[in-house]
Design a protein around this ligand. Sequence first.
Ligand SMILES: C[S@@+](CC[C@H](N)C(=O)[O-])C[C@H]1O[C@@H](n2cnc3c(N)ncnc32)[C@H](O)[C@@H]1O
Length: 256
Amino acid sequence: MSIRARAERHLTVDHAGSAVADQSVKADWSAYAAAYDLLSKHNPEYQKILSDFELFLSQITSPQVIYDIGGGTGNYTQIAARVCPDSNVCLAEPDPGMIAAARAKLAAFDNIRYENRALEDIDAPGTADLIVCVHALYAMTAPEQRLTDLRRLLRPGGVLYLVDLGRLMDVTDWRSYLFSHLKKEHGLAGALRIFWQGREIAKQNTVIRRAQKKGVYWTHSDAEIAAAATAAGLEIIRQDTVYRGYSDLLICRALP
Ligand SMILES: C[S@@+](CC[C@H](N)C(=O)[O-])C[C@H]1O[C@@H](n2cnc3c(N)ncnc32)[C@H](O)[C@@H]1O
């Protein structure tokens, strides 16, 4: 189903008669924030994407201005600020809980600034040499337009490192994958302890799945996200399937 059709299916009409998105099925990112880094640390697939981003950064000319859009607790910002100490890194994150966790974690860096706002509210056209946006686009309203916002934020020739959850989140599949990994690494008691500490993650992932099924969050195939990126004026340099087949990684250049 097209992005527009999915979005329209879940619009309701407010008192003034205008269409508004159904907010009731969106993830609570602040609740997610408290346990986010615990499970990220223990999820090898999350770590693989971090490593890929670090390798990518080490292979390009150091960008002057880097944006981390929907940067969450700042794990990609941290890599950017460390690998590119002379770059200005901006973490843009609308959720107060997520950005508070990032600020606390990254306090030692002096090349990071924070924007507590959504992508659609950033007004800085043509300023970014590099944008990283990981697992955030699917959760935004009107992702096709948000891709255009990302394109607009980049200078011509600037690069977008984009990872997006495209397939339906299978919470049971992830739970058994992570549990067997944790059991191998930490034993049964250790795995149970980490699962208990990170129980909010499973809860929020269930909400994400519900939002995907209702069409509030975007699901896409690799071909669909590639078509949307191309339509937004982005030239795809590299595309891979990552995160156990659930997500797409695209590295794109902004066309002039
Ligand atoms: C699953 S987290 C990903 C965090 C981080 N990028 C990472 O991979 O660790 C998704 C993030 O997208 C953010 N987000 C949701 N809608 C957004 C929007 N319109 N603009 C920017 N960020 C948004 C949420 O607040 C949340 O922190």
